[in-house]
Design a protein around this ligand. Structure first.
Ligand SMILES: [Zn+2]
Length: 426
């Protein structure tokens, strides 16, 4: 999810085939079985199928919550369906169990009930095609799913509001499959301050937030630092015994002042403890042009609401967005900008520190040219090859870094639980 204003607007743009033609490799006459004889496209396609590709943030459940369709079959709308995921070589697609920030403040239990419904939707996908998809609860289950030719759909909770200050509810959601929690969303909540919220009532993590971090460490739930304030990030770094990840954030270096992205010192500190930043593909996360466009549009939307004396609503927002876009063409980023973010993280923090968190189905019609949906990962691999990454590096970026981090979190939990059950030695 990006800003509350354009999130999930559901406008679909066809997968981009409009990249400039690329040079093929020159050694066409050598052994056709060798990788070097293949065109770059063919090599990228092959790698996409061979490597484990993991994307840590895809907003399918909230899309289905608004309008259910069977994503195990080709769909016209949206950025994800299982056939396109298979075409793109996607192995692990974290389903975002997203809860709107306001729910925490509207009625007791509302956020929790909503999150349960969102998980029901993922279970419905799996019940529709158990031979094609499964919720993976562990890295071992991911590998088993892959061996069986199924896509793994692990669950990440976006916004910790459904936890409602209760470790019993944390346990409930762990049992239902939640394996990471994004502590807050667009408003500061009972766990942490939000980067999108001007109000910072807690100056970082709350006391319950600290308790929650320790419990997540013990249970083997990954901590997602996307969306939280900088101070909350530093509090998490001080408290977490395991590496943390940003499931869908990009580098602030390219969007100065945009706190939702990560500053260089944060990326370095996270990487020094084994953490990983997963690059968000939304154009507003990638370039200042698109980021500034959103700010201007938000201002215009608010002015229009005031002028016409209307209350903000999702419908009005869509109406306004369509008209605004017609009058002000959107400055789409490109695949090349995504590569710039990856290069930057590698440069400052190393090849182990970066991964993919597209935010497909969560950023509306703002995806970059060349990366319009889940069939496009081969384009990204081709771009990495063109920028000189070797296959070992590409393997880490496309999924290896996520799997390493997840295993570290699982190992820590196993050890913590063993220590807790070991006979007391007094
Ligand atoms: Zn989000």
């Amino acid at each position: 999810m990006k800003s509350p204003l354009i999130a999930l607007c559901g406008l679909f743009v066809l997968a981009a085939c409009d990249q400039a033609p690329q040079n093929t490799t020159s050694d066409q006459n050598s052994d056709p079985a060798s990788v070097g004889s293949q065109s770059l496209e063919a090599r990228a396609d092959k790698l996409a199928q061979e490597l484990l590709i993991a994307d840590t943030h895809i907003d399918v459940p909230y899309r289905l919550h608004k309008l259910y369709e069977d994503v195990t079959r080709p769909t016209v709308d949206g950025d994800f369906d299982v056939p396109r995921a298979f075409a793109g070589g996607l192995d692990v697609a974290f389903m975002s169990i997203y809860t709107p920030a306001d729910y925490e403040f509207e009625a007791p239990g509302k956020a929790t009930a909503h999150a349960d419904q969102m998980i029901d939707l993922v279970e419905r996908i799996i019940a529709t095609a158990p031979d094609q998809a499964t919720i993976a609860h562990s890295t071992d289950e991911v590998m088993a799913a892959r061996a069986a030719g199924r896509i793994a759909l692990p669950l990440g909770m976006e916004n910790g509001a459904p936890i409602a200050g209760s470790l019993d509810l944390l346990d409930h959601f762990y049992k239902r499959g939640i394996r990471y929690i994004t502590l807050a969303h667009s408003r500061s909540n009972h766990i942490a301050d939000s980067s999108y919220d001007e109000a910072r009532p807690h100056d970082g993590l709350t006391a319950f937030g600290t308790t929650l971090i320790h419990a997540m460490n013990r249970m083997g739930i990954m901590i997602d630092v996307s969306h939280i304030s900088d101070q909350a990030f530093w509090d998490v770094m001080a408290e977490s015994a395991t590496p943390v990840l940003a499931t869908h954030s990009s580098a602030r270096h390219f969007t100065p002042g945009f706190e939702r992205n990560m500053a260089d010192d944060m990326i370095k500190a996270m990487a020094a403890k084994g953490g990983v930043i997963m690059i968000n593909f939304g154009s507003a996360f990638l370039t200042e042009a698109a980021n500034g466009y959103n700010k201007r549009r938000d201002t215009a939307y608010e002015a229009w609401l005031e002028e016409t004396e209307q209350e903000a609503s999702a419908e009005l927002e869509t109406t306004f967005e369509t008209r605004y876009r017609a009058e002000n063409p959107y400055p789409f980023a490109t695949l090349s900008h995504v590569l710039d973010h990856i290069d930057h993280v590698v440069e400052i923090a190393g090849i182990d520190a970066v991964g993919i968190g597209s935010d497909y189905d969560g950023v509306g019609d703002s995806l970059p040219v060349g990366l319009k949906d889940v069939s496009a990962y081969p384009n990204l691999i081709k771009g990495l090859l063109q920028r000189g990454y070797d296959e070992a590096g590409i393997e880490k970026i496309m999924g290896g870094n996520l799997m390493r981090l997840w295993r570290a979190v699982e190992d820590h939990a196993t050890k913590a639980q063993n220590d807790a059950t070991a006979p007391a030695n007094e």
